[in-house]
Design a protein around this ligand. Structure first.
Ligand code: AMP
Ligand code: MG
Length: 338
């Protein structure tokens, strides 16, 4: 059966694997609110202590990454960079350095669609309080958006800004990094079957004990339903959607993904889901391809090895990268369906 047909059935429940009850006593599930989003951990192990340890190590890691990288915590290292990196190079933790370094790589790969300095404009919005900057404020602040203003020194592990007023925010990549770190912790504990998700960023370790994990892509028009169910194992999946953080004013939607050259929300597509082996990559690329739109986004996806994607546009049309459309690779994915 063609891959598209297989995955395109609508389901009443949103994300089967995320909301179903554990199948056996050896599964343990925990939800928590960290990094401004919902964290879910599902682990399998015959030993209850190991399961408990696994879940605790994931939650601790999520807290640690948040304390390091949150722009909302005044004494986080990220806040320190935003306060002082235009005056002097700021020495940071290796993990924070790595995430900024990876962000700059993705900026180069996407011709600047992904740009953590979007924050000079992004931080003028408050979606919960429905606050937005004026056109003049956007014009001013967007002059400071340019990832080339961020300079790294890998020997000293420092971050420096070339201009005053530059700000960075890792909201488009840090959750994926935290998910990857969590999976490493679980592996080190000897856990072989797990799911870790942080908002729209999910990574599966192993399979679901003899069958694939089924992870759904939400319908942007009705986020309680899934438009696509993907059978996955040992893979990461991130979705960026315009329904995640937004408000509507005078019929216009203001949401959290900002085009670095206009300083405004991007409206060509409604959701982008990316599959790859790690969640740092899928997180950064889902945000990037949301900015790039259908044509440029598919062109990039088709150029990259080991990365696939599904884009949903404003008319609810679905676009698949070539790897998902090709029968051979569809067969690989189908083999996981039980
Ligand atoms: P995600 O939900 O992973 O797509 O990430 C959305 C988040 O990425 C937003 O809440 C912002 O924190 C951040 N962001 C928005 N626009 C950009 C951009 N052009 N480049 C990098 N990060 C962005
Ligand atoms: Mg992302």
């Amino acid at each position: 059966m063609p891959f598209k047909q297989l995955v395109k059935f609508h389901l009443f429940c949103l994300i089967l694997s995320l909301f179903s009850l554990p199948l056996a006593a050896e599964w343990q599930t925990e939800d928590a609110a960290i990094m401004g989003t919902t964290i879910r951990v599902e682990v399998w192990h015959a030993d209850a202590d190991k399961r408990e340890q696994g879940i605790n190590s994931v939650l601790n890691e999520m807290e640690r990454v948040n304390r390091l990288m949150s722009p909302y915590i005044e004494d986080s290292q990220l806040s320190k960079i935003n306060k002082s990196a235009h005056e002097e190079p700021i020495e940071v933790d290796r993990d924070l350095f790595h995430v900024i370094e990876k962000s700059l790589e993705v900026s180069r790969l996407t011709d600047g669609a992904f740009d953590i300095t979007y924050a000079s404009v992004g931080h003028l919005f408050n979606y919960r309080k429905e606050i937005k900057p004026t056109e003049d404020e956007i014009e001013q602040a967007k002059q400071l958006i340019d990832y080339k203003n961020v300079v790294l020194d890998e020997n000293q592990l420092t971050v420096r800004f070339l201009k005053q007023g530059v700000k960075i925010d890792l909201g488009g990549i840090a959750k994926g990094f935290a998910v990857d770190q969590s999976i490493q912790h679980l592996k080190q504990l000897g856990i072989e079957h797990a799911l870790v998700s942080a908002g729209g960023d999910t990574r599966l370790l192993g399979d679901r004990r003899g069958r694939a994990w089924l992870v759904g892509i939400r319908d942007p028009a009705n986020t309680e339903e899934a438009v696509v169910m993907l059978p996955l194992e040992d893979e990461a999946l991130s979705t960026s959607g315009d329904y995640e953080r937004f408000f509507i004013e005078d019929g216009e939607k203001y949401h959290h993904i900002i085009h670095p050259s206009t300083g405004k929300s991007v409206s060509e597509v409604r959701s982008v889901s990316i599959l790859a082996s790690d969640a740092t990559t899928t997180d950064a690329l889902s945000t990037s391809i949301f900015v790039m739109g259908v044509n440029n986004g598919l062109e990039l996806l088709n150029r990259l090895d080991g990365v696939e994607g599904v884009i949903i546009d404003q008319n609810a049309k679905l676009y698949y990268s070539e790897g998902l459309e090709q029968p051979e690779s569809a067969a690989n994915h189908n083999a996981n369906v039980k």
